[in-house]
Write a protein that binds this ligand. Sequence first.
Ligand SMILES: Nc1ncnc2c1ncn2[C@@H]1O[C@H](COP(=O)(O)OP(=O)(O)OP(=O)(O)O)[C@@H](O)[C@H]1O
Length: 339
Amino acid sequence: MNWTRGKTIGRGSSATVYAATCHESGETIAVKSAEFHRSEFLQREAKILSSLNSPYVIGYRGCETTKEPFNNGEATTYYNLLMEYAPYGTLTDVAAKNGGLLDEARVVSYTRQILLGLEYIHNSKGIVHCDIKGSNVLVGENGEAKIADFGCAKVVKPEITELVRGTPAFMAPEVARGERQGKESDIWAVGCTVIEMVTGSPPWIGADSTDPVSVLYRVGYLGESPELPSSLTEQAKDFLGKCLRKEAKERWTATQLLNHPFLITKPNTEPELGTGLVTNSPTSVTDQMFWRSVEQEEDQEHPSWWECHEDERIRVLSWMGPTWDMDGEDWIMVRRNND
Ligand SMILES: Nc1ncnc2c1ncn2[C@@H]1O[C@H](COP(=O)(O)OP(=O)(O)OP(=O)(O)O)[C@@H](O)[C@H]1O
């Protein structure tokens, strides 16, 4: 596919996302790019996304490498994941535009769509997302929620214990303890995302400590759950209770939750949305470490943070300082490598 790279629309910890125009169709697409030698996670994400097809999952448009000249004149090779463009940005962006939080009708509508996406990837594809949160759910052209950022996702293999992935504030007890990360852990994260949509903050903000290691300890070993917002209806609280059960096996599945009264008795409202956002995944510098996914430190020379002693983990987590800025680039041409 021939395309022209446009403005930066987002920066994550592992890649930069640009708007781009497809030459043949004129369609605006999103291109997530990383230098080739640092693109292992992006390549894995592309492989998973290419196997998915649902209105509630961001659409795959292809992947390719490009050679692009930089300031010093030398060409750098990039790996690019081409995706459907979501004009309204992430759920976190939409909430921010709405004063930080969303009303219950919108929360219901987005939650239902996230669960439809999860039902598809869990049941039809045997995939666990591992990093569900507001900033990893995009809002599509028609205002629908679409699960994105499959950089932490994996195919479920119950017999294999793999490294923990995801964002501490959204981690289920069994994930916080480093035991297993399955479909049920995504459901816990859905509960956390509902809290985020209702309160405008990730769970645990306002708790005694927002230090990620302390939160993981409280979730994993002290058996604590995030506080339920007092503004919620009893039905909503009951729904969250089904998502946030401490025992993974007792948590409801996506299919069961789709039939919970919280999701089936409310009318759908069409959200009023604005486009043109340029965002970074974390909402602010101060909460960035707390929000940040922990999938990419595997390629650092240090040991995996989870396998370390707690003191070591604190040190590893403190390495995750801000690495992003907000500069947008002008339109540039992209030269594609030969296929
Ligand atoms: N398809 C898309 N359409 C519109 N915006 C997008 C799209 N994909 C990503 N973005 C924007 O780019 C940002 C970063 O993307 P993404 O979360 O996929 O990157 P990442 O490097 O995996 O981030 P993270 O640090 O959360 O792992 C998103 O928060 C969003 O604002």
